[in-house]
Design a protein. Structure first.
Length: 118
């Protein structure tokens, strides 16, 4: 019973793992490039959640709040902010490439493009 409670207290890690698996499965199994990008974004969001979950320490406060119990390390939060910017940029570049692919091949389905290309 104690182990079950311990697992329940770490629900954010389980959610992160489930989101990673959903994103990874979507990237591998779907043939539509837009769906692959959505899977990539879900995977990236799971990584963000995982890092922020690991950075939080119970009983500690943000570095901008005066506290006697100590502070949470702000470095993971800053890294995640940078990663979010990179994620948005990656998504924008991927979508622009998909637009070019659609203009060239008339489809965004991987199978149809491979048929035309081969």
């Amino acid at each position: 019973m104690k182990m079950l409670m311990e697992l329940m207290l770490r629900y954010n890690y389980w959610i992160s793992v489930v989101l990673m698996l959903i994103g990874f499965y979507t990237m591998i199994s779907k043939k539509n490039f837009i769906k692959k990008i959505i899977g990539m974004n879900i995977f990236q969001t799971a990584i963000f959640l995982l890092y922020i979950s690991m950075a939080d320490i119970e009983g500690r406060s943000a570095p901008i709040i005066i506290s006697e119990t100590g502070y949470v390390n702000p470095l993971p939060h800053v890294l995640i902010l940078t990663a979010i910017v990179v994620s948005v940029s990656t998504t924008a570049v991927a979508l622009s490439l998909i637009m070019k692919i659609y203009k060239e091949y008339g489809s965004i389905e991987e199978d149809k493009i491979l048929e035309v290309h081969s």
